[in-house]
Structures are given as structure tokens and as C-alpha cells.
Design a protein around this ligand. Sequence first.
Ligand SMILES: C[S@@+](CC[C@H](N)C(=O)[O-])C[C@H]1O[C@@H](n2cnc3c(N)ncnc32)[C@H](O)[C@@H]1O
Length: 467
Amino acid sequence: MQEILFETELNVIQEYENLLDSCYPAKQDKYDALNLIDWDFKNFQTQYLTHRFHSYPARFIPQIPKAFIKLFTNEDDFVIDPFCGCGTTIAEAFLNGRNSIGNDFNPLACLITKVKSRLIPEEDLIILGKKLIGIKRYIDSDHRRAEYLKKLPRRNISNLFNRDIINELCLIKESLEELRDKTEIYELGLVALSTTIWSIIESENGHGNGIDVFANFYKKISNTMDTIREIRNIVKKQPKVKVLHGDARFLEIDSNISNLIMTSPPYVNALDYYRVHMYNMLWLGMDYNGFRRHEIGGHSHFIANRFRLLSEYLADMLRSMIEMNRVLRKGGICVIAIGNSSLEYERIESYKHFLAFAPYLNFNTIKTIFRNIDTTRKYTSKNIGKIDDEYIIVLEKTNDININSRDNGFVEEIVTKQMKEFEQKVQKSPGSSLRGKKVSEKRLKQNAERIAEAIKSIPQDIKIKGL
Ligand SMILES: C[S@@+](CC[C@H](N)C(=O)[O-])C[C@H]1O[C@@H](n2cnc3c(N)ncnc32)[C@H](O)[C@@H]1O
């Protein structure tokens, strides 16, 4: 029985790989190939090679970018992900020999992406290995530790972890600093340190009690080094990879250079990445406040009327899609994966809004793919519950547009149209995202009033903040 089951699973995966390896000379054939893929990717392994380096909330599974990269790009092409997160697209481009540009405003995301998409020479890994032995000796020497503890500053972050843990983390960080001029291994060390910090935060009591910090760090860094060695057999030549710490609404990327954009943007009202990664960023000396000011989809404001978040989000996404059009070549493909979210018991179908933007931006809609997210990989948000399905929209750029992403007039016009359509939808069927909760009619009526208010404040809410 086991064998039969295993055999079946293997076939599905093999079929997918064979399909991607087939030769598709005409674009139409590639579009047809999209119909042959089972996008649920049930039972597929998603944590392989560099994808294992660091966890990241709401990342997409590597099979999605891999399929588009293999079907729609050739070796010298550039793949772009304007919201690259932990670099799933960029790592897949790297593993499949394509050039790529990743962009994200989260500095931690940029760091992880860089480390996941580069080869590192053996001599540098040896230096890092020796450094690990040095760190271990440093930590083991009780006398020096005691001295060190006395010198530790009383920082705010100290409240979360106990003093021993802070001591070890500081020693590791300090030792890594000595490698600063060897960027590749220095950054690899920082990623391992960040995953260790994550393990402490995630530990049962959130204080890391019971966690052996160095052992955790050592294991992470050794596994990462093993993977980098393994990858040398797969990636024979380092493709060009650029990782930009930038805002997706104003990409610092030349126009018309890419054949494929493959991205999953932030959700409205789902998650504040700056909060999730605040401790990692503090430890790594990164500016989390700067990121907070630029973050799209965050929900720490507009508390009195959450629907204002939606117009702000739509404006930010419209600006980002204008930029996507600009950096794509004519005929290039723009793929956006996004799930539904929820605001005050009303379902937000972001993909429908993006599809509505498409014709204004000279994007032709090729296909909308619906996929179920595997139960084990569902992403849960306090605000919107489980995100259990996802839409992948496939657009083709038919032409350049003569619109700048800072054009407030254009953005206001399109966002107002979308918000009015949303208002009508809510009037027709209020409470579309109740998910079993009982809410009074009065409460839902209040939503309609708030949406009307949000529409009135569009001109001020869509103004570019954070710059
Ligand atoms: C859904 S995640 C992307 C996950 C990614 N596909 C992966 O697999 O890791 C959305 C990303 O958008 C980023 N983001 C939010 N606001 C941004 C902005 N203004 N410019 C660039 N990136 C931004 C967040 O930091 C987050 O990494």
C-alpha cells in the first residue's frame, strides 16, 4: 500500500517536472501548459535547498514561481519580484539559472533573499567554520562570559529574553561583526542568527528558557553551509542577482527590462511585517521604523474606520502595478498571487480589484487560477482567520502606459471607482465574511456608512505616505 501511495505521489511530481521541461516554442502553448498543472501542489516538498534557510510569514510555495520561470523565461532573461519577501521567486530564478531582481522594503527580507540566491566559495565557508569554533570557545569560557554579562547594557529588548540568552546572542553577533568585510559569509551568519532569534521568540514561554542558543545557531549555520555546498552541483554559474531595499511603488529598476514579474503582494489588514520581525531587526541593527512607514497593507492606523485602509491599499497596489508595467517588456508576463482578506466582516477580493486595474495599465488578462492551500501550510491571521485559498492572476503587458506611479489624479479616479463597486457589493450582500459569527444588522449597516465615509476621504487617504 505504502509503495502504491508513494508511487502515485511521485508521478504527480514527475509529471509537473516533465511538463516544465517540455519545449514550448509558441506562447499559446505555454498558456495551455498552465491548464495542465494542478496548482494545489498537494504533497509536494516545499522546503528544499535554500528555501529552508529562514521562515517567513505568507510566503508562497516555490512550485508557483518555478512553473512560471521555466515556462516563460530563458536563461539570460530577468525575473523581477517587487515584493520579494524571503526571496522565493529569486531563489527559484537562481536555482534555474535565470537572472533576477528582488525588491522589498523589509530589510530582513532583503538579507534573506541575498543569502538564498548566491554561491559561496569553499575557502570562505572554511573561514566561517573556523569562526564557529572561535565563538564556541568564547561562549564556553565562563570567566569571560561573566565579565561580559556585567558589561551588557540594559536595553529594552532585554525584557523579552533572559540575560544568559542575551549574553550568548551578543557574543555571536560581536564575533560575526569581525567578518563584516567578507560580506557573503557575514550575511549568511546574520541569517542563521536571525533564525535563532526566531526560535527563541517562538519557544514555549517566549523567553527562550531551555533553548541552547549556540547549539541552535550552530545547527542552523551548519545546515546552511551544507546546502550551499550541495547547490554547487545544481547551479554551475552564478546568475546575476540584484536585491533592492526599496518601495514597490517607486522601483529603482530600468524600464522594459524583464520578461516576467512573479510576485505575491501584501494583503490588506492581514499582517504587519514590521511587527513580526521587530526583534530580529533590532538585533541585526536594522531600521524597522523606516519599514513601518512604507509598509503596504499594514493596519496600525485608521482604527475608527477600517475601510479607509482599503482605499489606501488599493491606491498603493495600483501604484505598484503601474511600476510593474514600466519594468516589463512589451509581451512580458505579470503574475500576481493573492488570497482574499477581510475587513469588518466584509470579504475583500483583492484579485478582482487587480483584474479591474489591468485594462487601465495595458495589461491583458490571460488567466485566473484558483488554488486551495494545503491544510498544513495555511497562513493564519488574527484579523482575517485562516487564508485557505489563493488566486493567481496572469497578465500580459500589451503596451507601455503614459502614467507615472505618483499621479494622484489617476489613482484617485480608479480607486474611487473600485470603492464604489465595493460599496454596492456590500449593500447587496452585507457580512460576506462573517465566518459563522453572529453580528447585528445595525453593525452591518454601520459598515455601509463607513464605506461611504471612506469614499469621501479618498483624496487625502491615497496621498503617498512614508516619504
Ligand atoms: C506576501 S509577502 C511576500 C512573500 C514572498 N512572495 C515570499 O515568498 O517570501 C509581501 C511582502 O511585501 C513587502 N512589502 C510591504 N510593503 C512594501 C513596500 N512598500 N515596498 C516593497 N515591499 C513591501 C513585505 O515586507 C512582504 O515581504
